[in-house]
Design a protein around this ligand. Structure first.
Ligand SMILES: NC(=O)c1ccc[n+]([C@@H]2O[C@H](COP(=O)([O-])OP(=O)(O)OC[C@H]3O[C@@H](n4cnc5c(N)ncnc54)[C@H](O)[C@@H]3O)[C@@H](O)[C@H]2O)c1
Length: 260
């Protein structure tokens, strides 16, 4: 366990479960004070109680006022904000002809607007500290998609453009902004999806999805946390405006099988 983030304050959205939870734990293990911002109060509070310096703030990232409160909580509780892992996201399956206004507003609200509001408030707080690092969670689905995820894919692609633009605007202030693009990660989101396809064989579905990745398995939340911590560390001081795959080789693969 290193101490790369001693004296740093990290805010993690979607930090109560899945990728966000593992990353919040990893920041904490390396010395950071952590603000867990999530819509799930029970899981978020329970996690905060297990970490040495952590606070939970109930946050719906689609809400501008909630985002402002999350950043203010970091500043008021720990004296500032150095790191934002803007990670909260949802997936809603639908063909385009069945997408309702409520579906569109919610999925874009959480997956895209959430990054907008979190960055809007994080940037001025980071400026006060002389710089900072932001990582936004996109997805491989920004580049190539499965079926029935039109709005999800669009929200993740929009995130890439947002990250590049904010990175340009704030590089001179020592605020770095990057995106990560995970493939299938073993989290409650993935297991819920697997359950909806085959409630009797969730393990089998996850294993089959894993086999589609050249490394032969799905991505672990810790694999993603490792990348996020690197991108937020001083070792990554030259990296901004980038998009980093954590996909076990999936995007390098064409579905071509040579005859035996
Ligand atoms: N799991 C995957 O296979 C995968 C692949 C690529 C990208 N992603 C992305 O990674 C991110 C995290 O996904 P995960 O798999 O850990 O999901 P998860 O569902 O396991 O956890 C997501 C967390 O976000 C919280 N959340 C949901 N809506 C929120 C809101 N409006 N405001 C604040 N918090 C909210 C949930 O309560 C939960 O704690 C998402 O952006 C997702 O799109 C996941």
């Amino acid at each position: 366990m290193g101490n790369r983030f001693e004296s740093k304050v990290a805010l993690v959205t979607g930090g109560a479960k899945g990728i966000g939870r593992t990353t919040a734990e990893a920041f904490s293990a390396e010395g950071a004070s952590v603000v867990i911002a999530d819509i799930d109060t029970e899981a978020g509070q329970a996690l905060a109680e297990t970490l040495p310096r952590a606070t939970f703030v109930r946050t719906d990232v689609a809400s501008m006022t909630d985002a402002e409160r999350a950043v203010r909580t970091a500043v008021e509780t720990y004296g500032g904000l150095d790191i934002l892992f803007s990670n909260a996201g949802i997936v809603m399956y639908s063909l385009i002809e069945h997408v309702t206004e409520a579906h569109y507003e919610r999925e874009m609200g959480v997956n895209f607007k959430g990054h907008v509001w979190m960055c809007k408030y994080a940037v001025p707080a980071m400026r006060q500290r002389g710089g900072g690092a932001i990582v936004c969670t996109s997805s491989v689905q920004a580049l190539a998609t499965q079926t029935s995820v039109a709005i999800y894919a669009a929200s993740k692609a929009a995130t890439l453009a947002l990250v590049k633009a904010i990175a340009q605007d704030h590089a001179h202030e020592n605020i770095r902004v990057n995106a990560i693009l995970p493939a299938s990660v073993d989290t409650p989101m993935l297991r819920n999806a697997a359950r909806s396809f085959d409630p009797n064989d969730v393990e089998g579905v996850v294993a089959r999805w894993g086999k589609m990745h050249p490394i032969g398995r799905v991505i672990r939340p810790q694999d993603v946390a490792n990348l996020v911590l690197f991108l937020c560390s001083d070792e990554a001081s030259a990296l901004t405006g980038g998009a980093y795959l954590v996909d076990g080789g999936l995007m390098a693969k064409l579905p071509v099988v040579l005859p035996e």
